[in-house]
Design a binder for this molecule. Structure first.
Ligand SMILES: Cc1cc2nc3c(=O)[nH]c(=O)nc-3n(C[C@H](O)[C@H](O)[C@H](O)COP(=O)(O)OP(=O)(O)OC[C@H]3O[C@@H](n4cnc5c(N)ncnc54)[C@H](O)[C@@H]3O)c2cc1C
Length: 407
């Protein structure tokens, strides 16, 4: 049902997708419930045992271009891998293409100098270390990225970083953070005030205050979101990424492909939830002979979910195709559209799957509650729904001649 017959044939990709589905089914999904009760450091050890196999089938760093030693798939092809991996909470991590590392890798591939590559990029590509991305601040509206208090002041060949960040995902156990900090507070253009800097997490003054509980679950390691105080963290000038004061430009470039990865991962989650919902509807007896799936309102939930997932997938693949063929800028409208549309479908499908499971749906005995909890943020991170909707509507209305007034 979910195959798209009009996609171009790529036998190498098709084999990979089949192998990955099989791998998740046999080696990952059966352990999920257990792993979700273990500290991340233990889970990571178990997932690592599959690395050789994943490298052998071509699933390691699957988004890398041929230039960078990867398989060279198009974004549209990588999107399909992301959907399959989204079928398990641990899927992307197993293949070293999890957020935020994949986005950080893409950024470093483009902008890191040789020393930074040696120290940060290559160990990331080998899955030896993890990283995090530290931009959002509790005291400022993250939806308007120019509002940043964190400063990096230059002194005798060093940057001294001071500030407070939160929702730095996966900082717990990461080796370094990419920090967005103000380096030129007086720049006339507010988008030219900040830079991206590399800060080791063991640097003096890098204080991980806490893993923030998300609806009661703080998580550990990769599966957590931290609050961090940068208290006079001193890093050499050479750990600036790309040009100084161009942090927003770099962030924008990091986000475009990232939104495709997220959206297709969400579609993978939708498919998993849909599968569980259908299994439950077909097997749960609600009468002496009848089953839940015979109720029309349950059938409606299934039919609506099927239609919406299919529509969402095609929209993401269309955006990926436009990025592949015309570039990120040309696909800006499509990227904004999928970001809020697919996040909305994800929530509808997860909610329906939970509803069909009844009380079981809100327990941790199925994966649904974890997805519901972890992915409520999908409508907030990488730009809240409202920001993307406003941006989309503005772009459309501009085509009708509307100018925005600030009166
Ligand atoms: C699970 C999760 C993981 C995250 N991971 C990271 C990470 O790794 N690194 C990082 O730096 N940050 C991360 N973030 C932070 C995320 O980027 C911010 O939460 C996001 O940018 C929104 O900022 P905010 O939370 O400050 O909300 P605010 O900016 O305070 O906005 C609050 C709400 O106001 C509304 N709103 C905002 N702007 C507008 C507008 N223009 N029009 C209408 N309504 C509007 C929206 O409903 C929005 O949800 C993560 C967040 C979550 C939830």
């Amino acid at each position: 049902m979910n195959t798209i017959s009009s996609l171009p044939e790529n036998n190498q990709l098709n084999d990979l997708l089949v192998n990955l589905k099989d791998f998740l089914k046999k080696e990952i999904i059966p352990h999920e419930q257990n792993w979700l009760k273990m500290p991340w450091s233990e889970v990571e050890k178990e997932i690592r045992t599959h690395r050789d196999f994943l490298k052998e089938i071509g699933a390691w760093n699957p988004y890398l271009s041929k230039n960078h030693g990867g398989p060279g798939y198009s974004l549209m092809e990588v999107a399909q891998i992301s959907e399959v991996l989204g079928g398990s909470f641990f899927g992307h991590f197993a293949c070293n293409c999890q957020a935020p590392d994949a986005g950080n890798i893409e950024l470093l591939l483009q902008y890191a100098n040789d020393e930074q590559k040696e120290k940060y990029l290559f160990p990331l590509l080998n899955g030896e270390i993890r990283s995090c991305f530290s931009m959002t601040e509790p005291d400022n509206a993250g939806s308007n990225p120019i509002l940043l208090n964190t400063q990096a002041k230059k002194e005798n060949g060093y940057y001294i970083i001071n500030g407070r960040k939160w929702f730095t995902s996966s900082a717990d156990g990461a080796s370094f953070a990419i920090v967005m900090a103000v380096t030129n507070p007086d720049a006339e253009n507010p988008y030219q005030r900040a830079s991206m800097l590399l800060s080791p997490t063991n640097a003096p003054g890098f204080n991980l205050v806490r893993n923030i509980p998300i609806m009661g679950h703080a998580g550990t390691g990769w599966a957590s979101h931290s609050e961090i105080i940068y208290d006079n963290v001193k890093i050499p000038e050479s750990d600036l990424i790309g040009p100084e004061n161009q942090g927003f430009k770099l962030a924008q470039e990091r986000l475009g492909p990232g939104r495709i990865h997220h959206c297709m991962r969400w579609i993978g989650i939708c498919e998993r939830a849909f599968d569980l919902m259908c299994q439950r509807a077909a097997t749960r007896k609600t009468g002496l002979k009848s089953f839940l799936g015979e109720k029309q309102m349950v059938q409606e939930m299934i039919a609506d979910s099927r239609a919406e997932i299919n529509a969402a997938r095609l929209m993401v693949l269309n955006a990926a195709n436009k990025m592949d063929t015309l570039g990120q800028k040309a696909a800006a409208l499509e990227i904004s559209t999928i970001k809020f549309f697919v996040a909305g479908i994800l929530h509808k499908v997860l909610d329906r799957a939970i509803q069909v499971h009844g009380a079981l749906g809100v327990t941790d005995d199925t994966i649904l509650a974890l997805y519901y909890r972890e992915e409520r943020g999908a409508r907030i991170y990488d730009g809240p729904d409202e920001v993307h909707k406003a941006s989309l509507a503005r772009k459309i209305l501009q085509q009708y001649g509307l100018k925005v007034h600030n009166d």
